[in-house]
Design a protein. Sequence first.
Length: 98
Amino acid sequence: MLAAEVLALLGDRTRLTLLHALTAGEADVSTLTEVCGAARPAVSQHLARLRLAGLVGTRKEGRRVVYSLRHGHLRRLVDEALKVADHRLSETATAADG
């Protein structure tokens, strides 16, 4: 099922971080490497997987490749996933305090 494949791609911390960074707008590999703190080859491999899955698009600016989200739906999915995580953290913190 395609939805399961998309969610599996989001299940990786680095890929989720990359997608979250791209919700703010286009970025190149150097910028994305700084944002996620992973090694450049790893970031490039994750971006390649996201591109092959049709989740991110690319365009050339001279020698530079610029990445962007392909669909607004993905932006909402990433935002909702992060909201769910924040909600779970809040519940855990409240339970620990109580």
